[in-house]
Ligand binder design. Structure first.
Ligand code: PBG
Ligand code: ZN
Length: 327
């Protein structure tokens, strides 16, 4: 009790604070998302995400080198195909945009880990994450037929050089299907990072500009999770672990810190948090207005993900954070 207890003793200078700090974010925790588009010398800034670009494969390679030189261990690739169709051909074709980008990056920067986002929404005409029943206008994706496409997509991404497969479509059984597909093709050593608890979130808005993956009708609520649910996230995580996931993701991150914490309590697998596009854009917008200190707010947010239990953080701020952490 006071005056014996004075917690401020351990806050009195930077050296003591450094000694007793419980959680820190390091460059090793960061994963940087990149958006690959067809063409050459293309670098098109996404209006709703200042500092983030759609990049052609040659530019992705330049970016990968920069990311590697900053000490960031991994990128995650999304792709915008030349054309979209009902079967999401661009997702699973061996000459698909993510496949091309993965091969080029691995050739130029072999030690940079390439994670492939495995989903169909950038590649379907509907903008949904799988096959729809003919005539469907609500977005009720057909689960089991979609698994076949996801399996094909994952195998072709692994063939192209992807080091980690990250399925994000929230289909039931997608981890098992992809594990089977990878193993049958001789990729039993490729880990699966499952977007296990992914919520139907308004925070994905800017990403959909970047990935040109806005659903043309309906929404994703029949496959992504309801924001009101927490126990259901644990169920999703348990199922994905049983199906063979090597790592688990919670997404979005900021509004779902309780989920990160609860997931961490039930698994010994590495837990990733996706600091999504809307979270990035809000910080950027406020910073560009001079309303907040971008560096302080970003590092504070990233540290708070670690405190909540995240081992890995996917963030559009990865390059900035890597630089700030070096200062
Ligand atoms: C698609 C996908 C989304 C994100 C990653 N993969 C968006 C969505 O479900 O519409 C969101 C990433 C972000 O907002 O930064 N399966
Ligand atoms: Zn999707």
């Amino acid at each position: 009790m006071f005056p014996i207890n004075r917690p401020r003793r351990l806050r009195q200078n930077p050296q003591i604070r450094r000694m007793v700090r419980e959680n820190i974010v390091t460059v090793n925790d960061l994963i940087y998302p990149l958006f690959a588009v067809p063409g050459t010398s293309v670098a098109k800034e996404i209006i709703s995400m200042p500092g983030v670009y759609q990049l052609s494969v040659d530019k992705i390679v330049d970016e990968a080198k920069e990311v590697y030189d900053l000490g960031i261990p991994a990128i995650i690739l999304f792709g915008i195909p030349e054309t979209k169709d009902v079967e999401a051909t661009g997702a699973w074709h061996d000459c698909g945009i993510v496949q091309k980008a993965a091969t080029a990056v691995k050739e130029a920067v072999p030690d940079l880990i390439v994670i492939a986002d495995t989903c169909l929404c950038e590649y379907t005409t509907s903008g949904h994450c799988g096959y729809l029943e003919v005539g469907d206008l609500t977005g009720r994706v057909l689960n089991d037929p979609t698994l076949e496409l996801l399996k094909k997509t994952a195998v072709s991404q692994a063939k192209a050089g992807a080091d980690i497969i990250a399925p994000s479509g929230m289909m039931d059984g997608f981890v098992q299907a992809i594990r089977e597909g990878l193993d049958a093709a001789g990729f039993e050593n490729i880990p699966i990072l499952s977007y296990a608890a992914k919520y139907a979130s308004g925070y994905y808005g800017p990403f959909r500009d970047a990935a040109e993956s806005t659903p043309q009708f309906g929404d994703r609520r029949t496959y992504q999770m309801d924001p009101g649910n927490a126990r259901e996230a644990l169920k999703e995580v348990e199922l994905d672990i049983a199906e063979g996931a090597d790592m688990i993701m919670v997404k979005p991150a900021l509004a779902y810190m309780d989920i990160i914490w609860r997931v961490k309590e039930i698994t010994n697998l590495p837990v990733a948090a996706y600091n999504v596009s809307g979270e990035y854009s809000m910080v950027k917008a406020a910073a560009l207005n001079g309303w907040i200190d971008e560096k302080q707010v970003t590092l504070e947010t990233l540290t708070s993900f670690k405190r909540a239990g995240a081992d890995l953080i996917l963030t559009y701020h990865a390059k900035d954070a890597a630089r700030w952490l070096q200062e």
